[in-house]
Write a protein of this length. Structure first.
Length: 74
């Protein structure tokens, strides 16, 4: 179990937010309900979804590398 207060826990949390928001932006009902705000607190989720969509290959590779790190090295 990773700790959120450590650096690798923060990276895992960030990657999970990016991947979740990118997935939610592909589902039409969730996109209209959750990702409609582009400013404020919910704007963070919109920006994470844009990052996940535009940089999907580096984000996927980071998730795989982080998974290998947590399973094998930690």
């Amino acid at each position: 179990m990773t700790n959120v207060y450590s650096f690798d826990g923060l990276l895992v949390f960030g990657l999970l937010v990016i991947c979740t928001c990118a997935y939610m932006s592909r589902v039409p009902r969730l996109k209209n309900w959750f990702l409609s705000e582009k400013k404020g607190v919910f704007g963070i989720f919109y920006k994470a979804s844009v990052i996940g969509i535009r940089l999907h290959i580096p984000v996927a590779l980071s998730c795989v590398m982080m998974g290998i790190y947590i399973l094998l090295l930690k």
